[in-house]
Design a protein around this ligand. Structure first.
Ligand code: F6P
Length: 357
């Protein structure tokens, strides 16, 4: 008999349910008896012992469902060692729940913050297997995270919709794309949506270069310009600041986000009518795309197999077109950013896309 705990933590994404279904199918189809406990709302469920014993029917009919049927929440790693408002010792409480249920392993689905805590639990002696979820695709140790391709679809759709209205009115449009501190989502959706300018955190922009590019397009007869701007895009001046100085400046920013600041500056510099569209959390919502359904199912089933073999302490990831197991200590605390010298950046530039650099 194996007893497994499962939880989804951090911001949700589209293929969490297919991934959990993959793990459960691999386990429940095995010869060994398996009990699966689902913790509700991420690490909160583990801390406060909020769980439910899951059965086969919990995992049927969820392949196409976005979100997570277990619920999710953010439990910041920064304060994981500090007592909660109710004085609870979070790490001790999580261990207590694990031992009380006599679990053999925890399956944890999450992104960067989630992996730091997962690795801490491993260091504390718990058996842990993780799965890489995030629309940001910024997890170290895997070429791809599930949720990413679905989010690319949503963000691309937003840019496609903006294209037609921008063309009708001859406007400059900014579509602000999620991605936290990295530009994978903006880069891919921007290229797929035919954006003329793509701004990502890894390549700081110069507002004058952006203005020049728009003027050039318009001089060549272009009636409109589309900018795909990452929510974490940063100007060259701001990139030169220390982290502390930049944080201070951000706290005082009088715009709701970077796109509004860029729009205002461009309007003042060039007199353009610049509009901003922010698809926001729609990028994390809705149905997982077919790629993500397959990908998350593959990762989940491989996680199930590792558990059956008793191999713990890994994230199941994807490297060079192969599913691989990556030691958790190699994953936790690192960010996978877009390398500015990546060939996709060169190719985008060959297509005439400006990165404002
Ligand atoms: O990590 C996923 C993500 O959607 C990021 O792209 C974004 O910056 C963040 O989560 C938003 O977080 P929240 O949903 O907590 O506002």
């Amino acid at each position: 008999m194996k007893r497994i705990g499962m939880l989804t933590s951090g911001g949700d994404c589209q293929a969490l349910n297919p991934a959990m279904r993959g793990v459960a199918k691999a386990l429940l189809n095995a010869k060994e008896d398996v009990e699966i406990y689902g913790f509700l709302d991420g690490y909160q469920g583990l801390i406060y012992s909020k769980f439910r014993l899951l059965n086969y029917t919990d995992f049927t009919g969820i392949l196409t469902k976005g979100g997570t049927f277990l619920g999710s929440s953010r439990t910041p790693f920064k304060t994981i060692r500090e007592p909660g408002p109710d004085g609870v010792d979070k790490v001790a409480a999580m261990k207590q729940t694990y031992y009380k249920l006599q679990l053999d392993c925890l399956v944890i689905l999450g992104g960067n913050g989630t992996h730091k805590t997962a690795n801490l639990l491993r260091e504390e002696g718990l058996n842990v297997i993780t799965l890489p979820k995030t629309i940001d695709n910024d997890l170290w140790g895997t070429d791809m995270t599930f949720g990413f391709q679905s989010a690319v679809d949503v963000a691309t759709d937003a840019i496609d919709c903006i294209h037609t209205t921008a063309a009708s009115h001859g406007r400059v449009f900014i579509v602000e794309v999620m991605g936290h501190k990295v530009g994978w989502l903006t880069l891919n959706a921007g290229m797929a949506g035919g954006a003329d300018i793509i701004l990502i955190p890894e390549i700081p922009y110069d507002i004058d270069k952006i203005a020049k590019k728009i003027k050039q397009r318009h001089a060549r007869g272009g009636r409109f310009t589309i900018l795909a701007v990452a929510e974490g895009a940063i100007s060259k001046e701001d990139a030169a600041l220390s982290k502390k100085e930049y944080k201070k400046k951000l706290a005082k920013r009088e715009y709701p986000s970077v796109s509004y600041e860029i729009a205002d500056k461009l309007a003042k510099k060039c007199g353009y009518d610049v509009r901003v569209t922010v698809p926001g959390h729609t990028q994390r919502g809705g149905t997982p795309c077919p790629y993500d359904r397959v990908f998350a199912s593959r990762l989940g089933s491989e996680a199930g197999e590792l558990i059956l073999k008793g191999e713990y302490g890994f994230m199941v990831g994807y490297k060079n077109r192969e599913i691989v197991k990556v030691p958790l200590e190699e994953v936790a605390g690192k960010l996978k950013m877009v390398p500015p010298d990546a060939s996709i950046i060169k190719e985008a530039k060959l297509l005439g896309i400006s990165f404002g650099d």
